[in-house]
Design a protein around this ligand. Structure first.
Ligand SMILES: *[C@@H]1O[C@H](CO)[C@@H](O)[C@H](O)[C@H]1NC(C)=O
Ligand SMILES: *[C@@H]1O[C@H](CO)[C@@H](O)[C@H](O)[C@H]1NC(C)=O
Ligand SMILES: *[C@@H]1O[C@H](CO)[C@@H](O)[C@H](O)[C@H]1NC(C)=O
Ligand SMILES: *[C@@H]1O[C@H](CO)[C@@H](O)[C@H](O)[C@H]1NC(C)=O
Ligand SMILES: *[C@@H]1O[C@H](CO)[C@@H](O)[C@H](O)[C@H]1NC(C)=O
Ligand SMILES: *[C@@H]1O[C@H](CO)[C@@H](O)[C@H](O)[C@H]1NC(C)=O
Ligand SMILES: *[C@@H]1O[C@H](CO)[C@@H](O)[C@H](O)[C@H]1NC(C)=O
Length: 470
């Protein structure tokens, strides 16, 4: 299942040693990137450092009706057996270190053949040498990894694709609030965790609920998919993090997001370079947002007297899709909180709280007005007869009527909006708000809610009645 829009994009992977000159398409996800490049030669060769970040089970070919018959992955390292080395003589003291020539016989076990006349005359000795006492005459090489394919294809226009975990991105936001103005700034934070720089000519940033695993997916016997802590950004937290803001001389623009099968794709058409171990921040879309502020009193029902403070809460709507990401909130240029925004559809609302508001406090007291019992034998009999079930024992139910006395104080010198929510009637079978004179309170499912406007420096008392059946 591949998205068959082949854009020929240029992406050059620059390493200190060599420069590949192949065209790449790159699609960056929150935890990894998919790299697609035309197939030029087989076998594919990967350096050890790169290989550690590649999901080997993701390497594949596509295009030209390719039919893969066999795929092989091999690791090759220059053999050291038979090479000449120096080792520290076993009889040398710390004061007089003596190096003697030897030949590696078995590199895996560090067995070296030596001739040391002071020990054994002309006879060869075979000794196991600690790895840090072998001195090589050549620069040790790291293994290379080769991927080969045996395939048939209708044409030669083939592409190689694989997932690589050292390139990823996330959205980060700043929400600046000032009186009734709100401004949401979105930045794409692209992280290159490799040691080498990447030159990206064109890229796509993809977001949404995508469960790509950095490591090969593990299945247990019941074939349940393990979901790793999906959106971890541990890599971004590296101490050596270096942040590069987009060069203002040649602005790199992240295009408006496009919806694609429930995901969002943001394209970048200009070339840019991200240094190794660096973060690259690009401005993204700039949505129109509306933000309502309110004090939230959200509590669970209790027969005990309760008191508390309202939460500093916000309700945010954006005219554009928001991809999930951290958001720092500023009120009048001061940081007042931080939240993690979820993926949010255009015009949908997101409500969040960022801490207590010491200036809005409440007290609540539930008073039991009446308690009566009744039994459900009749309804059960009817039910049992209809369903042809055996008769059950009658169940005695209790009906409680509580009057709830709520007091809310606003210590602020301005009017505040408060949203009240009473939840948690879990130990009761049914909850019913008994209508009273005012319509201040409403029932929403098994919660009782109210929107309250409280004038500056005032205290208000509210009463409502609920019928609870257990
Ligand atoms: C890289 O590609 C460019 C343009 O396609 C070409 O001019 C150049 O010679 C190539 N370099 C190497 C090393 O292949
Ligand atoms: C090196 O020699 C040892 C002992 O003969 C052998 O087991 C090993 O496979 C050799 N390694 C290579 C890379 O040839
Ligand atoms: C790669 O596979 C092809 C096709 O089977 C084969 O001809 C070639 O020898 C293989 N190359 C290596 C290095 O194994
Ligand atoms: C807030 O918005 C209203 C109209 O919605 C406007 O009249 C008022 O001036 C705005 N206040 C500030 C401080 O911008
Ligand atoms: C419950 O209902 C049954 C049948 O209608 C009746 O016999 C019984 O007395 C009732 N029990 C109580 C506690 O009302
Ligand atoms: C309170 O106001 C908010 C925002 O206008 C609205 O979404 C919510 O339904 C209201 N709640 C009640 C209980 O009226
Ligand atoms: C708030 O109200 C109290 C009592 O009603 C009063 O003593 C106090 O001066 C008021 N404070 C302000 C800032 O208006």
């Amino acid at each position: 299942m591949m998205i068959c829009v082949w854009l020929v994009l240029l992406y050059t992977h620059i390493t200190s040693a060599n420069i590949n000159n192949v065209s790449y398409t790159i699609r960056i996800y929150s935890n990894l990137a998919e790299i697609i490049r035309p197939l030029d030669k087989l076998p594919l060769e990967f350096a050890d450092d790169d290989w550690n970040h590649i999901r080997s089970d993701s390497i594949t070919l596509f295009g030209g009706n390719v039919n893969i018959k066999l795929q092989t992955i091999t690791e090759q390292k220059k053999a050291l057996n038979g090479t000449e080395v120096y080792i520290r003589s076993p009889i040398s003291s710390d004061a007089a270190i003596k190096l003697i020539k030897g030949i590696i016989i078995d590199e895996a076990n560090n067995i070296v053949k030596i001739h040391d006349e002071s020990i054994a005359g002309q006879q060869a000795l075979y000794i196991t040498v600690p790895y840090n006492q072998i001195y090589y005459l050549e620069e040790p090489t790291k293994p290379k990894h080769y991927v080969n394919f045996t395939y048939t294809a209708s044409d030669s226009n083939l592409f190689v694709s694989y997932l690589q975990s050292n390139l990823n991105w996330r959205t980060q936001y700043q929400l600046n609030l000032n009186h009734n103005e709100s401004d949401l700034i979105a930045m794409a934070n692209i992280r290159n965790d490799a040691r080498s720089s990447v030159f990206i000519d064109q890229a796509e940033l993809i977001c949404g609920d995508i469960n790509l695993q950095i490591h090969q997916i593990q299945y247990d016997r019941s074939f349940r998919k393990y979901r790793s802590g999906s959106e971890s950004h541990n890599q971004q937290q590296a101490n050596s993090m270096q942040t590069v803001f987009a060069d203002t001389m040649s602005p790199v623009i992240v295009e408006q997001g496009k919806e694609l099968a429930g995901l969002y794709v943001f394209s970048i058409e200009q070339p840019f370079i991200i240094n190794g171990k660096a973060n690259y921040l690009l401005p993204m879309f700039h949505p129109q947002v509306s933000v309502e502020r309110f004090g939230l009193i959200s509590k669970t029902f209790s027969t005990m007297p309760m008191h508390g403070k309202a939460q500093r809460s916000y309700r945010l709507r954006s005219d554009q899709y928001l991809s999930h990401g951290n958001c720092i909130i500023r009120e009048h240029d001061r940081v007042v909180g931080e939240i993690s925004l979820p993926n949010l559809a255009a015009n949908d609302k997101y409500e969040f709280s960022i801490g207590e508001d010491a200036n809005i406090i409440y007290k609540e007291n539930a008073v039991l007005i009446s308690l009566s019992t009744f039994n459900e034998t009749e309804s059960m009999m009817k039910d049992s007869l209809e369903k042809n079930l055996p008769l059950g024992a009658p169940i005695t139910r209790a009906r409680y009527i509580y009057t709830i006395h709520l007091q809310v104080k606003n210590f602020k010198t301005r009017e505040v909006q408060i949203e009240y929510e009473q939840k948690g009637f879990h130990s009761y079978n049914t909850v019913k708000l008994v209508t009273i004179d005012n319509d201040q309170f409403i029932q929403d499912g098994s919660s009782i809610k109210s929107n309250i406007t409280l004038q500056a420096n005032t205290t208000e008392n509210y009463i409502y009645t609920v019928e609870l059946i257990r």
